[in-house]
Design a protein around this ligand. Structure first.
Ligand code: GLN
Length: 492
């Protein structure tokens, strides 16, 4: 079969179970595509061909023995932020260029237990800080829709790999939009779960009160399959919630849109940098949802102006604390020939971290320093609470909130936006993390340059099944999620 990469996760699952093809054939097919096409996309940092084929053979044996799960033998790419035992985990940083974790992240371990086959580790902005994946020590990844553009970030490698059909689905993480924005830039469906739904154990920390892993795939149904693997309580993560998980696949239904009250925040659609094509496509998708039975309700989210300053205090503050462990002593990059301990610390950190990471460490350390702590960090925490309350009040009168995932489509590689311009691009995604809410991106069309546009739907706590169902029903009635970039159409 030459078109195995066209199959949905459900079709892969059924095809494997029905012995239409083996996991080895499927895995070899994807490895061949990666070898041929990833020289252009550059989505993988590490390809684990040998392990993948061994896992595929074990999966085929499990299928024959009748011990398979729905996903046994299905390949996956992991964001290079999830620790993988025996396989390099870099977080896109020179600091971890030689780091081999002694254990698997819970998400990776659960994937293995479900029989998933790891194709490799995919590129990302260094320590998940960024919106283009250009902040990676390993260089930029290309957007499959136009190789001169970025795939978004920080989970840009995950998005590009799936959009170029170099993996059927991928894990991502979202601290301030890093699942939703690259999904939007690459025409994919991506779900950022409620804080605490997916274990953070073994997921390299950026800002621990905001970080959350989630699925990136071509459709809501594909995401639901991966959520069934990723979600759940984990004793190894004290912030993971002890709450039953849904069966996200079984819960998908065709009636989620009827009677759904969708809040349209006035403030979101008046943002200065909102691109006209993005606005138009999002509005068209909302019209479609209305035709399908939803009610559109204009709402106010009065804290919108506070999102960027609040996030860009809290996230760097937590980052400065989390990244203090990279000192050149315990593990990670170590500078050569230090003259004394101070020199070792200083040079290991200035040589091992890239510019954006250093900028965030400086901002965060400043915000946490004695004398500024109350004025910046404590104040930001108070505003964070107000932002959360603003959402919760809104959910008394609407079921979900609609927004673009990003004000623009994918930037050109090397556009070299100033840090502040870049941060302003996160306006639609970061408040969701500050509040700990779930949100999903769905592809809803293209701009004049044929770059994908995404609609974001924000839900109340633990409404992942509802968000997936709404997008699933939308995707049954539309075909944006079935569109493929030209490079994905190429055969290996
Ligand atoms: N772009 C945002 C940042 O740079 C979000 C990143 C993320 O979600 N990891 O912090």
């Amino acid at each position: 079969m030459t078109d195995l990469h066209r199959l949905s996760i459900r079709e892969l699952s059924e095809g494997l179970a029905g012995a239409k093809f083996s996991s080895r054939e499927l895995t070899e097919h994807y490895l061949k595509r990666i070898a041929k096409l990833d020289t252009q996309v550059k989505s993988y940092v590490t390809v684990t061909a040998e392990q993948a084929l061994a896992q595929a053979d074990a999966a085929d044996a499990a299928i024959k023995a009748g011990t398979a799960t729905a996903l046994t033998g299905v390949p996956i790419a992991h964001k290079d932020i999830f620790c993988t035992q025996g396989i390099k985990t870099t977080a896109g940083s020179k600091m971890l260029d030689n780091f081999i974790s002694p254990y698997d992240a819970t998400v990776v371990a659960k994937g293995k237990a479900a029989g998933l086959v790891t194709l490799g580790k995919v590129n990302m902005d260094e320590f998940a800080m960024g919106s283009t994946s250009e902040n990676s020590f390993y260089g930029a990844t290309a957007n499959p829709w136009n190789l001169g553009h970025v795939p978004g970030g920080s989970s840009g490698g995950s998005a590009a790999a799936v959009a170029a059909d170099l993996a059927p689905f991928a894990t991502g993480t979202d601290t301030g939009g890093s699942i939703r924005q690259p999904a939007s830039f690459c025409g994919l469906t991506g779900l950022k779960p409620s804080y605490g739904r997916v274990s953070r154990f073994g997921m390299i920390a950026y800002a621990s009160s905001l970080d959350q892993g989630g699925p990136m795939a071509r459709s809501a149904e594909d995401c639901a399959y991966l959520m069934n693997v990723m979600a759940g309580h984990d004793a190894k993560d004290s912030t993971s919630v002890e709450k039953d998980v849904d069966d996200y696949v079984a819960n998908l239904n065709g009636t989620a849109i009827q009677g759904l009250r969708i809040g349209i925040p006035k403030q979101y659609f008046n943002v200065a940098g909102l691109d006209a094509d993005v606005k138009a496509r999002v509005e068209e998708s909302l019209k479609k949802l209305e035709e399908m039975g939803a009610t559109l309700v204009e709402i106010d989210l009065n804290m919108t102006e506070a999102y960027v300053p609040t996030y860009y205090l809290i996230a760097p503050a937590e980052a400065s604390s989390n990244l203090s462990r990279y000192d050149g002593v315990r593990y990670g990059y170590r500078a050569e020939n230090p003259v004394d301990l101070m020199d070792l610390y200083k040079r290991s950190r200035s040589e091992g971290f890239g510019a954006e990471v250093q900028r965030r460490i400086l901002i965060g350390t400043y915000a946490l320093s004695a004398g500024y702590y109350d004025a910046y960090y404590v104040k930001a925490q108070k505003v964070r609470r107000l932002i959360q309350q603003d959402f919760l009040k809104t959910f008394e009168s609407v079921d979900v909130i609609a927004a673009p995932a990003a004000p623009t489509t994918a930037y050109k590689i090397g556009a070299n936006l100033s840090p502040v311009e870049m941060y302003l691009g996160d306006i639609y995604t970061i408040a969701v993390n500050l509040a700990g809410l779930p949100a999903i991106n769905a592809p809803v069309g293209f701009d004049k340059d044929n770059l994908p546009v995404g609609l974001q739907l924000i839900g109340n706590y633990w409404s992942e099944s509802q968000l997936l169902s709404v997008v699933h029903q939308y995707q049954q009635a539309t075909d944006w999620h079935t569109k493929r970039a030209a490079i994905a159409e190429e055969n290996a």
